[in-house]
Design a protein. Structure first.
Length: 75
């Protein structure tokens, strides 16, 4: 999972849009070989006014893990 960088959100006052996908199932790193399959994408609600980047990262990571688990259950 990528870390959340809240500095851009704080400087520009733009919301962070959390996104989760399972493309790694069809194109596992670091391989060039791709496999057929269905890629699911989940887009979360915009997150605004991030006060603590550590707290925001923890909350978004938990959200992402839950959504990724749901994606895996669908497949």
């Amino acid at each position: 999972m990528q870390e959340v960088d809240s500095s851009l959100q704080k400087k520009k006052q733009v919301p962070v849009l959390p996104i989760v996908h399972n493309s790694g199932d069809c194109w596992p790193a670091p391989r060039f070989l791709k496999f057929p399959g269905k890629i699911n994408l989940t887009i979360g609600a915009p997150v605004e006014n991030i006060e603590s980047s550590a707290e925001a990262a923890k909350e978004m990571e938990e959200w992402a893990r839950q959504k990724l688990e749901l994606i895996k259950l669908k497949n």
